[in-house]
Design a binder for this molecule. Structure first.
Ligand SMILES: Cc1cc2nc3c(=O)[nH]c(=O)nc-3n(C[C@H](O)[C@H](O)[C@H](O)COP(=O)(O)O)c2cc1C
Length: 183
């Protein structure tokens, strides 16, 4: 495994609920946060895309995503990244869906062998923060090192450059500390 970093994220454009009303988002909030992270890290970036995207209609999407969660489905995703084994660290971005990760993210986590890799979750939300997403990622990836995540209020994602910067620096120094303690 080489020492490369990947940003893998799921995000959806279309109607969403933001600051009290349904709003059209030409670019999803998590995508905006992932793009900021890419600027900071200069890392490779990969968008997790379901083969069959959730509806652009907010209320239909809410229902489709709920069905996938309650039935514990793994919606098929478009293949990639090309050489996942090359990455030692994965920044994993997603919106909070029903208190946890969207199910296409669960498909991603189970499709690739992420054992031994460091996963750094970041989540956009409308009030629930990370929810139970970190615990659910740990369950799906018991052999990965899942670091504390960063929660960003969805509508503020484009303005959260310094919060993202601080988190990246904290995560890097915390990981260095853990490694030093393990030696
Ligand atoms: C299907 C669905 C479920 C959601 N569930 C929650 C939730 O449980 N808690 C919350 O704070 N926000 C929830 N939201 C709001 C999204 O997490 C928030 O708008 C996020 O920033 C969207 O990211 P995106 O634009 O990258 O897709 C939900 C949105 C959708 C579409």
């Amino acid at each position: 495994m080489s020492n490369k970093t990947l940003i893998a994220y799921y995000s959806r454009s279309g109607e969403n609920y933001m600051n009290g009303s349904v709003t059209w988002l030409p670019v999803g909030n998590t995508k905006l946060a992932a793009e900021i992270l890419k600027e900071i890290l200069g890392a490779d970036i990969f968008q997790i895309r379901p083969v069959r995207e959730y509806s652009e209609n907010y209320y239909k999407c809410i229902d489709e995503a709920k069905q996938d969660l309650y039935r514990n489905r793994r919606p098929e995703i478009v293949k990639g990244p090309r050489r996942p084994e090359d990455y030692s660290t994965i920044y994993l971005g997603y919106p909070n869906y029903w208190g946890t990760i969207p199910m296409p993210v669960a498909t991603f986590l189970e499709t690739y062998d992420l054992a031994g890799k460091v996963i750094k979750p970041f989540c956009t939300h409308e009030g629930s923060g990370m929810g139970r997403s970190e615990a659910d990622i740990r369950k799906l990836c018991p052999d990965s090192i899942v670091m504390p995540g960063l929660a960003l209020r969805g509508g503020s994602a484009p303005r959260e450059i310094s919060a993202i910067q601080d988190w990246v620096e904290e995560a890097i120094s915390e990981f260095a500390g853990q490694k030093a303690a393990a030696i």
